[in-house]
Design a protein around this ligand. Structure first.
Ligand code: BGC
Length: 436
């Protein structure tokens, strides 16, 4: 059966990328440094010392990448806009050359009938803002709304759909709590202001985008269904705590206008009058990135954290070692519907995909995608309003602290020659799209 059969009319199939992971050209046309430039150039931070200096050289080779998408036949392309290209120091007048790049890209997509879905922030904060406190500082939320306005002033006549932030939970956790990603801070619970300030930035930017004609504003959250390791009460409690940190900390304030009760005490002093109303500004849709469920056990009494992640056994794993559990996508979506009811807006899966070893045949990726599309169809049949599915990623790219070692692409990249070679999964998806 065609993997794309049985989805509602107008259901969108797209591919996703992010600026720092593909663009390269980090010092061209006035782009300022971002936290990821600094982090990747700090010895020992990224595997093999890899950086995004060149990446897929998409900044120069974008016509080829648009042609690949057009030939693939996707409906939409989710990419991110690099804040440091638009505002090299994170505030002040826009850098016209940076906006020109995204304008050329958007025009080329529209000419090919591919709907652009830009994300305004995919972790590449201008370094100058980090030097003033980054997302630990409330003013970054205001700067973000200002930047969103500058982008929409230029592109808002052509782009009506926007994603504000990508995965604020991962940026908080990796960037500020454990230090595995830029800006590389290890503040543990001290990272929580990063959640509130990103959410505030999202709310402020939503209004700014709407004032400039946006008709569909969303945020992309990384959501993971949480499984207690056993039925033991302590494990069930620990799983609930993890769920509050990973999922509810970001979904509750946006969809309900409240923070999960157990986190309130950590956030108390940061929240000013009106903040929750701003964060709760109605959303047109919710973007969800799904990779895998998380299995949680109670932590040892002297552990740093109140939960202990455990492996999920008995399922295949990706090259990254991530468990492949397609049914988790259906469970996640049905669970969100149960929890939020009518407060859950239409959903887009804005990322889903897997890394596989280079040089192997590509049936693993095809099976992965087919399995998740089946699960998605199941969620739709169960009554969840899902409007689209975006594959991570169009092409192999800079996989953050893993450098170029994890390959998520439908298109293989030779990072020496910049040659792009469609994989079997690309051809498989192309046939499925053509046969819709
Ligand atoms: C991120 C992507 C990343 C992917 C695979 C998501 O968390 O948004 O940037 O490459 O996962 O790790």
């Amino acid at each position: 059966m065609n993997a794309l059969a049985g989805f509602p009319d107008g259901f969108e199939i797209g591919v996703s990328t992010a600026a720092y992971q593909i663009e390269g050209a980090v010092a061209e046309d006035g782009r300022g440094p971002s936290v990821w430039d600094t982090f990747a150039h700090t010895p020992g931070r990224v595997k093999n010392g890899d950086t995004g200096d060149v990446a897929c050289d998409h900044y120069h080779r974008w016509p080829e990448d648009v042609a690949l998408m057009a030939d693939l036949g996707v409906d939409a392309y989710r990419f991110s806009i690099a804040w440091p290209r638009v505002q090299p120091t994170g505030s002040g007048a826009p850098n016209a050359a940076g906006l020109d790049f995204y304008e050329r890209l958007v025009d080329a997509l529209l000419q090919r009938g591919i709907a652009p879905l830009p994300t305004l922030f995919h972790w590449d904060l201008p370094q100058a803002l980090e030097d003033q406190g980054g997302w630990l500082s409330r003013s970054t939320a205001e700067r973000f709304a200002e930047y969103a306005g500058l982008v929409a002033d230029r592109l808002g006549d052509r782009v009506h759909r926007w994603i504000t932030l990508n995965e604020p939970v991962v940026h908080m956790a990796e960037g500020y709590a454990w230090g595995g990603g830029a800006p590389g801070k290890s503040l543990m619970f001290g990272a929580l202001p990063v959640a509130h300030h990103q959410l505030l930035g999202h709310g402020l930017a939503t209004t700014v985008l709407r004032e400039r004609g946006a008709t569909e504003v969303m945020i992309t959250n990384n959501c993971s269904p949480v499984l207690p390791a056993t039925d033991d009460e302590a494990d069930v409690m620990a799983a609930a705590v993890y769920d509050s940190f990973h999922n509810r900390l970001f979904n509750d304030p946006i969809l309900l206008g409240t923070y999960p009760e157990m986190l309130g005490e950590f956030l108390g002093d940061l929240i000013r009058d009106g903040d929750l109303a701003t964060i709760h500004t109605p959303l047109d849709a919710l973007g969800i990135n799904y990779y895998n469920p998380t299995r949680i056990a109670a932590a040892a009494a002297d552990a740093d954290l109140p939960f202990d992640p455990r492996p999920i056994e008995g399922v295949p794993t990706t090259a990254f070692g991530w468990p492949v559990v397609p049914g988790g996508l259906r469970d996640l979506l049905v669970g969100l519907k149960d929890t939020y009811g009518d407060a859950l807006p239409p959903v887009y899966i804005t990322e889903n995909g897997c890394s596989t070893p280079d040089g192997t045949d590509d049936t693993f990726r095809i099976d992965y995608l087919r399995g998740h599309l089946d699960a998605l169809r199941g969620a739709i049949e169960a009554g969840v309003d899902v409007r689209g599915y975006y594959i991570w990623s169009l092409m192999d790219n800079f996989e953050w602290r893993e450098g170029y070692s994890q390959r998520f692409g439908l298109v293989r990249m030779d990072f020496e020659t910049q040659q792009r070679t469609p994989k079997e999964s690309y051809h498989w998806l192309r046939s499925a799209l053509a046969a819709r």
